[in-house]
Design a protein around this ligand. Sequence first.
Ligand code: NAD
Ligand code: MG
Length: 389
Amino acid sequence: MENVALLGATGSIGTSALDVIARYPERYHVRVLTANTNAEKLAQLASVWQPETVIAADESAYKPLCEALERLGVKHVSVAAGPEAVRAAACDPEVDTVIMAIVGAAGVVPSFAAASAGKRILMANKESVVCGGSMLMELVARTGAAILPVDSEHNAVFQCLQAARPEDRADARIWLTCSGGPFHARPGIDLESVTPEMALAHPTWSMGRKITIDSATLMNKGLEVIEAHHLFDKSADDISVVIHPQSVVHSMVEFGDGAVIAELGTPSMKTPIAYCLGYPERLSGAARRLDVTALSSLTFEAPDMKRFVQLAYAYEAVRRGQGAAIVLNAANEVGVEAFLAGRAGFCDIARVCRAMMDAYVDAPLVGLEDVVALDHETRVRAGAWLKQR
Ligand code: NAD
Ligand code: MG
């Protein structure tokens, strides 16, 4: 029996992960469930899954969580709150596999904890890889931990790379596919006039709010370029983004001999989650099957990086290094939050990213403390910048 800690259990990835796990009760035991503020949903999940530990990352959710657990008659569960409890759960000695389904840079510290403890990490939280960069990858290599990419594009690349011997992967190039979000195919839309409601209507994927906005600005693809750079040790020149509105081809790898290997499927996160859970075994039955005969056309085109500038900023961050990536990610998170709260316009997200990247003087970072400090500092500055504008 494999013991699983699911961090970010109440979200979109968390829900899909539990749907997959539910099919294999003899293989996986959910030992830890965490959420941020949604005490009611976390308690309901605890009543179904009977974990040993439940944790609310936000301390103000502790009391509501205890009350909800009592109301639902959930007993024999240890209850905790706060970011330190989430960090400790990620390196719980009883846990084999950590599913990192937290959104945003809040995932960084638990990801480092899981990596330090040598866990098998099913990594959905791309922001951890973006901010942790080579520091996180080196830690994983040192401790014998493993990062299995849940992000559908990286999961596809991971699968495609298996087509070659490790020594033949060095000159491989990556093609990350991108749906384009709701606005890429609509050049007539003035991005300045985009409302949260418009940006939250993603054409092909159903996801959490933050990543849905990132998909509309193409920051999501930008973060994925940085993520691919670290996960697969590829330079910016070896990673291309291609707009593929059908979201059927989840990404491709081009090898030195000219062969291009692609992974196709329905747009469901259950496929990559099942792949990572079972790896190297393939677990069947989690996702809807792709009807290839129903595919009338698959189209591919270059992204418009002048209109969707955050994708260009991500390439810039890959070239500049870890600090620039942390700054870009933090500024984006602050911008997205302000946009969703009606305190900033859609294009202000890109503006605050640009302002923070311009103000940042590139410098090498030494440890996790530097990562956390730069993230925090940028958030404060980005918040102030948006207010003063
Ligand atoms: P979501 O908003 O639906 O869920 C986020 C989860 O994280 C929730 O359980 C929430 O309680 C928890 N959380 C939020 N803030 C937290 C904090 N400060 N501390 C601890 N926990 C916190 O998000 P999602 O769409 O499930 O995305 C999760 C991660 O997976 C993101 O990094 C996203 O980029 C990545 N991802 C998601 C999808 C998708 O289809 N949803 C696809 C690929 C990658
Ligand atoms: Mg993705």
